[in-house]
Design a protein around this ligand. Structure first.
Ligand code: ADP
Ligand code: MG
Length: 575
């Protein structure tokens, strides 16, 4: 928790300002009952109108000063807590951006979102509260007690009874409340998770007619949360009346015993009025402190979750000294690469060695789960390998900065992802500086121009969030265009033609050929037709290379390849 407050540093002056203004306001508040007692004793009781006006004027000024201080404190505390939130959100976002895919697999997207929104709001609320109460509650409480004793020492025994009574009630309530609040936090997380998963999967849920079942699951999480909140509120409902009861009894006792003392002539009316008000101020400040103790553990849980993100060190980091000035055209080489996912028993890839040269097309084929996607994810360094080395233009990719490395690569992932924005913006995502002409050209090569032309607004057509308003094949072609507009040295297509019909697939590959003439092209595919003409075909089976060569060579010597081919093509197509 404390560690997060170091991010308040840029706002140090403002925080000090808040503390000073709050202190001034509290001192003013403490001064008011004394003035009130003076006005009663010296003004009203003596019938001295001048005195009334004089002290009344001072009271007005003190009250006005209090209001101004309070407004300024609110203003500054709002600015600094919002600033803290902004800094924290930035930190989390930056940190999450630097995560490798392993950290994303581990933490999960849903909690990263809750942590950047909910948890930070919690911290902000508590920050404001602490800034305001940290100073004012002790001043009011201790100052109130001292001033009350000075007004009338004998009556303080009333406080000696009521303050412990209040402390017991509040302590009891807080001890019930804190664990409940912690539970609520966990439940809110669960709701977020269920909601997110269900809403993203809504099509599948509809298709499999499991709406009712899923609604029930959501309902369970929801009812759970509601019950918890009801419990919280039940305790709250009990808290307010019991506190009011104690306060009212205290006032009653003060007035009763004070009245007796006044009738004996050992106390005056002004002192009684001031004493009553001090008693209230003391008890209110104790309540505020108690609230703080209830809120702080909630924020603490949030702080722990935020720290967890900030403390996660990305596994993949740039080397201390990265090579930058090296020439090359995108020559990719795997040397004896072995890789396993965290926690997996078997390596996903074993002893992979091959080279992909500029100007050539290297294809990777194999059954699902054979490790094709894994293999190409290693080239942009989405995961780090355990042994062997991957070289780009003769330099180990661990020695290149990730930014330089990824700048060389045009990556088309297996699952095409588009962002909300226009089609042109989505294509330009590959290269900010691309001209309209370049965007159009990329779309033409990717065989996307035709369907873009039929869309309302053409290149300015808005893509819905998650790309739900374009078909799978259209999505694939747009993400191919996005890679093309980058004009990279290395093209990587992960099964990017799978959703295209045969004709479009063939047209696309023909158009790509002239576009990618000087580049290294790596194509992952399931269809033999897509890879047949490649300069080199690598056959993967259960994480190992079982064959490498041209279509013709593989047909002669690789059993796995022959099997794939005969399952897809007829005899005459093979020949
Ligand atoms: P392909 O692309 O050839 O269908 P993948 O490379 O996606 O195959 O998967 C190869 C193997 O690695 C599979 O057994 C799969 O279960 C496993 N795998 C893939 N991604 C992950 C991951 N993020 N974490 C753990 N295991 C994974
Ligand atoms: Mg795959």
């Amino acid at each position: 928790m404390l560690r997060l407050y170091k991010f308040l540093k840029p706002y140090t002056l403002m925080v000090i300002g808040v503390l000073v203004f709050v202190a001034c306001q509290s001192i003013g508040d403490l001064y008011l009952p004394t003035l009130m007692s003076d006005i009663i004793n010296d003004g009203v009781m003596q019938g001295d109108t001048n005195k009334i006006f004089h002290i009344g004027g001072i009271m007005l000024l003190v009250a006005l000063g209090g209001v101004i201080c309070s407004v300024l404190a609110s203003f500054l505390s709002a600015i600094s807590s919002m600033g803290l939130g902004e800094i924290l959100r930035n930190k989390i976002f930056k940190r999450a951006e630097s995560f490798s895919l392993y950290e994303f697999d581990k933490l999960g997207t849903a909690t990263l979102i809750t942590r950047t929104t909910n948890d930070i709001t919690q911290i902000q609320t508590v920050t404001v509260m602490i800034m305001r109460l940290m100073i004012s509650a002790p001043i009011m409480c201790i100052g109130g007690i001292i001033l009350a004793i000075r007004k009338d020492g004998t009556l303080t025994w009333v406080l000696g009874v009521s303050i412990p009574a209040l402390a017991i009630v509040v302590g009891f309530i807080a001890s019930k409340m804190i664990p409940l609040f912690k539970k609520v936090q966990i439940k809110v997380d669960k709701i977020n998770l269920v909601l997110r998963e269900k809403l993203t999967g809504i099509r599948v849920i509809r298709a499999f007619n499991t709406v009712d079942k899923e609604a029930k699951r959501f309902n369970e999480a929801n009812v759970d949360l509601t019950e918890n909140y009801i419990k919280v509120n039940r305790i709250m409902a009990f808290m307010m009346p019991s506190i009011m009861l104690i306060m009212n009894f205290t006032t009653l006792a003060i007035l009763w015993f004070g009245g007796i003392r006044i009738s004996k002539g050992s106390m005056d009316l002004g002192a009684l009025s001031a004493f009553t008000q001090y008693a209230m101020q003391i008890m209110m400040s104790m309540l505020m402190l108690a609230m703080m103790f209830i809120m702080v553990p909630r924020a603490q849980a949030a702080a722990v979750r935020i720290n967890e993100v900030l403390d996660t060190v990305p596994e993949i980091k740039d080397a201390d000294k990265t090579k930058d000035n090296y020439e090359g055209k995108g020559y990719v080489e795997f040397k004896n690469v072995t890789f396993s996912y965290h926690g997996a028993e078997e390596p996903a890839l074993r002893n992979i060695s091959f080279a992909a040269r500029p100007g050539e097309t290297t294809a990777i084929i194999g059954s699902t789960g054979s490790g094709k996607s894994t293999l190409i994810n290693l080239i942009p360094r989405f995961y780090d390998i355990q042994s062997g080395s991957i070289l780009v233009d003769g330099v180990d990719i661990k020695e290149i900065s990730q930014e330089d490395l990824r700048n060389k690569i045009g990556f088309v992932p297996q699952k095409a992802v588009l962002f909300s924005g226009t089609i042109a913006e989505n294509i330009r995502f590959g290269n900010d500086g691309a001209s309209d002409e370049e965007v159009r050209h990329a779309a033409e090569v990717a065989q996307a121009a035709d369907f873009i032309a039929t869309m309302d607004g053409g290149y300015e057509h808005e893509i819905a969030q998650g790309g739900t308003n374009v078909s799978g094949g259209q999505k694939q072609r747009l993400s191919i265009a996005r890679a093309l507009v980058r004009k990279p040295e290395i093209y990587i297509f992960d099964d990017s033609f799978s959703a295209l019909d045969f004709k479009t697939d063939a047209q696309l590959r023909a158009a790509l050929k002239s576009e990618t003439q000087d580049s290294t092209v790596i194509i992952v595919a399931q269809r033999v037709g897509t890879v047949m003409e490649a300069d080199r075909i690598i056959v993967l089976d259960e994480g190992s290379v079982v064959g490498m060569g041209t279509h013709k060579e593989l047909l002669e010597k690789c059993d796995v390849y022959r099997e794939i081919v005969s399952s897809q093509l007829s005899e005459e197509e093979i020949a």
